[in-house]
Design a protein around this ligand. Structure first.
Ligand code: TXA
Ligand code: MG
Length: 360
């Protein structure tokens, strides 16, 4: 199959939408990472996502919609708190815009996580095929903010199932080049929207139990969610591996994830000790800007030590770039503090490293 290269033009957006309506897979940019989209209501189309990614059938997909109203047919019932995450007044219709009786109004950023980098898990309706939910009776829903993702959703007029557009297990794609590295020839098209502004996948929040539970950390932090929802539990799987016999709240957490071909090890220490460890081992460094002056090995700086937003944005590109360079047989990643967006970066690195952490 020849993978069409599409760009941000009305004709190409229409092409992406028509391929999707015809049951094909198209990689689409979102503000988090690129997603591999297909019609969520078409079992054969969704099967193509699993085939292209090599994704295990029991790992469910996130369904993307334009607004809260479009969530309704996909769930048993929409809890009141979802409306609070979107807005105190009405439903989000356009990017960060509310429709109120007085007309359209921009939302204050702090109350609106929809549209944005947040996915919520709710009991699903019969409209959602089992293949989408990996056999679970819940479904993950997200309202992306990226203008191209929204344009495609609007044109296509269907809910889009979309996991990250990488081969299963490898780092998520944050630009069209990453998508093509993994998916060229396997999918109908990729819509190039440049680099993703956030760079790590959405926060996954389960609203299916009695207390909201954070299953995957992202750019919407637990602290921000608590301001709106009150109590929010953090799943033990965010920072630790599953013990034997334990079942995953989120099936994706049991698989090797985000990992380049080169093994990764995680270090938490001062710049000097980190650089000294790197110097004594045959490795490449995924490092902080502060480390560079001490390092004598090939390195990729993914942001300042406390610049968690930059680290999130550059993490997957750094892992992919070091992997491709082949300069050394090991990637030594300098791990951020697991706070704020740093928790999302730390969580991805832990999985990329198969939970190998060294305290130097
Ligand atoms: O930012 C994102 O979320 C990106 C963009 C494309 O939207 N998508 C993404 O999808 O990261 P994916 O498939 O790579 O990750 C979805 C995660 C997996 O860990 C999966 O197990 C979990 O969400 N998940 C999906 N549905 C679930 C459900 N019903 N219950 C529990 N976990 C679920
Ligand atoms: Mg993924």
């Amino acid at each position: 199959m020849q993978t069409e290269r599409l760009t941000n033009t009305p004709a190409h957006i229409a092409r992406a939408a028509s391929l999707l309506r015809a049951g094909e897979c198209v990689a689409v940019p979102t503000e988090t990472v690129y997603g591999l989209a297909a019609n969520a209501l078409d079992v054969a189309a969704v099967a193509k996502i699993f085939a292209a990614k090599g994704r295990p059938a029991d790992n469910p997909l996130i369904v993307h919609v334009l607004c809260v109203e479009d969530m309704m047919p996909l769930v048993k019932e929409l809890p009141e708190c979802v409306k609070r995450l979107a807005s105190p007044l009405a439903y989000v219709t356009e990017q960060n815009t509310l429709r109120t009786p007085q007309g359209y109004k921009r939302l204050p950023k702090s109350v609106a996580f929809f549209p944005g980098p947040l996915s919520v898990i709710l009991p699903k309706s019969a409209a959602v095929p089992d293949i989408v939910s990996g056999g679970l009776d819940t479904v993950a829903l997200r309202i992306p903010a990226h203008p191209l993702a929204r344009a495609v959703l609007r044109e296509a007029g269907i809910p889009l199932a979309a996991p990250s557009a990488n081969r299963s297990g490898s780092p998520s794609p944050t630009c069209a080049g990453h998508v093509l590295d993994d998916m060229d020839g396997k999918i109908a098209a990729v819509l190039d929207g440049g680099e993703c502004s956030i760079g790590v996948e959405s926060t996954v929040l389960s609203l299916a139990g009695d207390v909201p539970e954070l299953l995957r950390p992202g750019a919407v932090t637990a602290e921000q969610l608590r301001e709106v929802l009150g109590e929010v539990r953090i799943s033990s799987a965010v920072l630790s591996d599953l013990s034997d016999g334990e079942t995953a709240a989120s099936p994706g957490m049991k698989y090797r994830h985000y990992a380049p071909k080169t093994p990764v090890v995680l270090l938490r220490d001062s710049s000097e000790s980190y650089a000294a460890w790197c110097g004594a081992n045959d490795c490449m460094a995924l490092c902080f800007a502060e480390d560079a002056q001490y390092l004598r090995v090939p390195c990729f700086c993914y942001g300042g030590r406390e610049d968690y937003d930059a680290q999130a944005r550059l993490l997957f590109d750094g892992l992919r770039t070091l992997d491709e360079s082949g300069f050394a047989p090991l990637i030594a990643a300098h791990a951020p503090e697991p706070i704020g967006v740093g928790l999302a970066v730390y969580n991805r690195l832990l999985r990329a490293a198969g939970f190998r952490i060294l305290d130097v």
